[in-house]
Design a protein around this ligand. Structure first.
Ligand code: 3IO
Length: 345
C-alpha cells in the first residue's frame, strides 16, 4: 500500500514537471519572439571614445526598442581588427562595426576630405559636418552597408617623447599618424609612420615611433601622458569614423527597430562629438597636473610657416579626387559651408 502511494505521487510529480516543461516551450517563443541579437565590433580598447560611444548607442537602442534588440559589444579587436572592419561587416562576421576611415584612405576618398586642413574647430562640429556630408553625397564606398552614424575626433596635436618647438625639431622625427593626418606630418617634414591607433601603444613602447599625431583624449585613455611628456598644439585636422551595419541584417529588422536606429544617426554623431570635446579638456588637465606634460604653443610667426606648408594638400586632394570622378571642388566648398552652418549652433 505504501509503495503504491509513493509511486502515484511520483507519477503526478513527473506529470507536473512535464506540464511545466511544455508550458515553457509554449510561452518562451512569445517572450523572445521579437528579440534579435546583434554583434557590434570595435578595434580599440573599451575605455577609448569609439567604445564609449558604442556602449551609449547599445544602451539607447535596447531601451528605445523595448528589448526587441539585444546588442553584444566586442571592443579591443576581439571580433574584427581595425582594417578588417567594413569587409567583416559586409561578409557578416559582425553585424555592426566601427571603423576609422583614415586607415583606408584610398577607399573612402570623399569622406576623408574631412581630414583636409579646413579648420574644423571641434569634434561636435566635425561630427555633424561629416554626417551632413555623408547624407548629401551618399558615397559609393558605403553602398554595401547601412550607415548608422558617423563622427570625428577633435583636431589633432603632436604628442611626443621629445619637445617639438619648430620645423627643425620635427624634421625626420618618427611620428605615427594615418590617412589625411599623415599627409600633414609629411608636409611638415616628419618621418611619418602609418598604423592604426590600436597598434600605437606597442610602437611607442618599443621605440618604433617617438610620438603620435591625434586628438588629445588619448593622452588619458591610452595613458600616453606617461611616455609622451610633450604636446605641441597644432589643432589641425580631424579623423573621420563610421559605424556600419550588415545590409541584410538591417533589412531583416522590424520597421520600428529600423526607425529607432535611423532616428539616432545625427543624435549619436552630436553626442559623440560633444563627449570627445569634453573628454579632451579633461585629458589636458590630467596630463598637465598628474603627469607634468609640457604643452607647447607655436608663436604666431612659427605657426604661419607651418600653415603655409599645408597649402598644397587641399589642392592635391582636389586634383586626385577629380581624377577618380568626384566633384572635388564642390565637396570642399560644401564642407566649408557646412562648417559655418554647424559651428554657429
Ligand atoms: C582614435 C582611434 C581609436 C581610439 C581612440 C582614438 N582617438 C583618436 C583616434 C583617431 C585615430 O583613429 C587615429 O588613428 O589617430
Amino acid at each position: 500500500m505504501k509503495a503504491t502511494t509513493t509511486q502515484s505521487y511520483r507519477k503526478s510529480l513527473s506529470a507536473l514537471f512535464i506540464f511545466l516543461f511544455m508550458a515553457c516551450l509554449l510561452f518562451a517563443p512569445k517572450v523572445f519572439a521579437g528579440t534579435t541579437t546583434l554583434s557590434y565590433a570595435n578595434f580599440p580598447p573599451a575605455p577609448t571614445f569609439p567604445c564609449v560611444q558604442m556602449e551609449r548607442w547599445k544602451k539607447e537602442v535596447e531601451k528605445r526598442t523595448n528589448g526587441m534588440v539585444r546588442i553584444n559589444t566586442y571592443p579591443g579587436g576581439t571580433l574584427l581588427g581595425a582594417k578588417d572592419m567594413i569587409d567583416g561587416v559586409i561578409s557578416g562576421q559582425a553585424d555592426i562595426g566601427n571603423l576609422c576611415m583614415a586607415y583606408q584612405p584610398g577607399r573612402f576618398t570623399l569622406t576623408n576630405a574631412m581630414s583636409l586642413p579646413l579648420n574644423i574647430p571641434n569634434a561636435k562640429t566635425g561630427s555633424l559636418v561629416l554626417w551632413d556630408l555623408y547624407k548629401k553625397y551618399r558615397p559609393k564606398a558605403f553602398s554595401k552597408v547601412k550607415v548608422l552614424t558617423m563622427f570625428t575626433t577633435a583636431p589633432t596635436n603632436i604628442m611626443s617623447k621629445k619637445p617639438v618647438r619648430n620645423l627643425a625639431d620635427i624634421k625626420g622625427f618618427d611620428l605615427r599618424a594615418s590617412g589625411g593626418a599623415a599627409q600633414i606630418l609629411k608636409a611638415w617634414g616628419a618621418n611619418q609612420v602609418g598604423m592604426p591607433m590600436s597598434a600605437t601603444p606597442e610602437a611607442l613602447q618599443k621605440g618604433v615611433v617617438q610620438g603620435l599625431f591625434s586628438s588629445l583624449e588619448v593622452m588619458k585613455d591610452f595613458k600616453f601622458a606617461e611616455t609622451c611628456k610633450y604636446v605641441t598644439m597644432t589643432d589641425t585636422v580631424v579623423y573621420p569614423f563610421a559605424v556600419v551595419m550588415n545590409l541584410d541584417r538591417f533589412n531583416a529588422l522590424p520597421k520600428e527597430v529600423q526607425k529607432v536606429m535611423e532616428d539616432m544617426g545625427e543624435e549619436q554623431a552630436e553626442w559623440t562629438g560633444t563627449y570627445m570635446d569634453n573628454h579632451v579638456k579633461e585629458s589636458i588637465i590630467w596630463s598637465k597636473h598628474e603627469n607634468n606634460v609640457e604643452f607647447i604653443n607655436l608663436s604666431a610667426r612659427e605657426k604661419s610657416i607651418w600653415d603655409e606648408k599645408l597649402n598644397p594638400i587641399t589642392r592635391d586632394w582636389i586634383e586626385n579626387a577629380n581624377k577618380k570622378g568626384f566633384p572635388a571642388k564642390a565637396i570642399v566648398k560644401d564642407i566649408n559651408l557646412m562648417i559655418q552652418k554647424r559651428a554657429d549652433r
